[in-house]
Design a protein. Structure first.
Length: 424
């Protein structure tokens, strides 16, 4: 009996109930992660009084190691703990880290706890999605886009709740709310375990690994996606919580009328909000293309996505150039930036995650997905380093540089797509 057949046949919204459990668990985990991240750079520069370039490096190192620890955690999950225990242990350590953020002396220890717990949690949760379906189930292909909506639902709520609490009532209230969100996600996962696939037996893994074929092509695709789609692309994309957030604070006119100023953290909810709005029509469009046999290959989609992100940075580079030094741009331009950025993101991040999961060797699902996040580690390191140039250059020059970085990723992905056109 396969793992997929062990799951109850009942469905919610046409999908296995287990996908809803994973969706909600991931939603609350991302609520905690993005809630803390929405406050992090402001907390360092405004409360801890860390200078901007050092705060950028700390931000970059933290977000990088959040994506480094999963490569070790994925191996531990596949070989020893299993995916279920990895999710529970990792989520518990992360919750402890979020509550530690409420106390200033524990700041660095709290960041370390969140990164370490994430190492077990992050690869072990999405690696369970594929086992909910039979290999030939057509729902499987786009299940990762549905899952990605859960990621962004948590990301949408986080700045509105944690950000508002942090800005109005105190940073520590925002961090505490993030900890509560993590505990909520853990409770949902534990209560819904019966709807999830069983962990594969270790002996089965060994037998299936020995018969795996096409290793060279898969390795090529994975390494190419890591090098181009994640490392280079994320160097630009991850500025949204760093330098773009600083521009929203100091370079954008956030006033509506004469009596209300939009809180700076609210703009970080735009990206996930737009994911909700854009995902359904995008999936419908891809389905229509697939029915005609014209759906783009994953790497082609990813190339378009990187190009879209490059366009978003070119837009705000033009805006800052036309606005001039010392003047504030309308907040509507920031909204337009997030529309373009999010459209590009939907073509690259969930597509890349699904590609890694589908090409994973048997018994190595968590490890392979961890490799996707390991590449994000390198990209975040580069993003943090690039962010140090923010205080040394004009916004126009900086955002033009980010457009060029994303453009390089788009060009490289287009070349890779032409070499590996048979990969779906």
């Amino acid at each position: 009996m396969t793992a997929a057949t062990d799951v109850a046949p009942k469905t919610w919204f046409g999908q296995p109930i287990g996908l809803t459990v994973l969706f909600l668990t991931e939603m609350w985990e991302k609520f905690s992660f993005f809630g803390m991240r929405a406050l992090l750079v402001y907390y360092m520069t405004k409360e801890l009084l860390i200078v901007q370039d050092q705060a950028s490096l700390i931000y970059g190192f933290y977000t990088a190691f959040v994506y480094f620890t999963p490569i070790v955690g994925g191996i531990i999950s596949d070989r020893w703990l299993g995916r279920r225990r990895s999710v529970i242990i990792g989520g518990s350590v992360m919750a402890a880290g979020h509550f530690m953020m409420m106390f200033e002396p524990l700041f660095y220890g709290a960041l370390a706890c969140i990164a370490l717990g994430n190492g077990l949690f992050l690869p072990s949760l999405p690696s369970q999605i594929g086992s909910l379906y039979q290999p030939d189930d057509p729902r499987r292909v786009r299940s990762y886009n549905i899952y990605y909506v859960g990621v962004n639902l948590g990301g949408f709520l986080a700045p509105l709740v944690c950000g508002t609490l942090g800005e109005i009532y105190g940073w520590h209230y925002g961090f505490g709310a993030a900890g509560v969100g993590m505990l909520t996600g853990l409770a949902i996962y534990i209560l819904g375990k019966r709807h999830l696939p069983a962990d594969p037996a270790r002996a089965t893994i060994t037998a299936r690994q020995s018969s795996e074929r096409g290793g060279k092509l898969r390795l090529f695709v994975l390494l190419a996606a890591i090098g181009c789609a994640v490392v280079i692309f994320r160097a630009a994309y991850e500025q949204t919580g760093n330098t773009v957030a600083l521009w929203a604070d100091a370079g954008v006119n956030r006033a509506i009328g004469t009596s209300f100023v939009i809180p700076m953290t609210w703009f970080q909810s735009l990206n996930p909000l737009l994911v909700f709005a854009l995902t359904p029509p995008l999936l419908a469009w891809w389905s229509a293309q697939a029915a005609r046999g014209r759906e783009p290959l994953p790497l082609v989609k990813m190339a378009f996505g990187a190009a879209g992100v490059a366009g978003s940075y070119l837009l705000i580079a033009m805006v800052t150039g036309l606005t001039g030094a010392g003047a504030a741009a309308s907040w509507l331009w920031l909204v337009a930036f997030f529309v373009l950025l999010t459209a590009g993101e939907l073509f690259i991040l969930p597509v890349g995650l699904g590609l890694f999961a589908r090409l994973a060797p048997a018994g190595m699902a968590a490890t392979t997905i961890a490799a996707w996040f390991l590449a994000a580690f390198a990209g975040n390191l580069v993003a943090g380093a690039l962010g140090t140039f923010w205080s040394q250059s004009s916004p126009t020059r900086f955002f033009t540089l980010m457009a060029a970085v994303a453009g390089v990723a788009a060009l490289a992905l287009a070349v890779i797509a032409s070499v590996a056109r048979q990969v779906r």
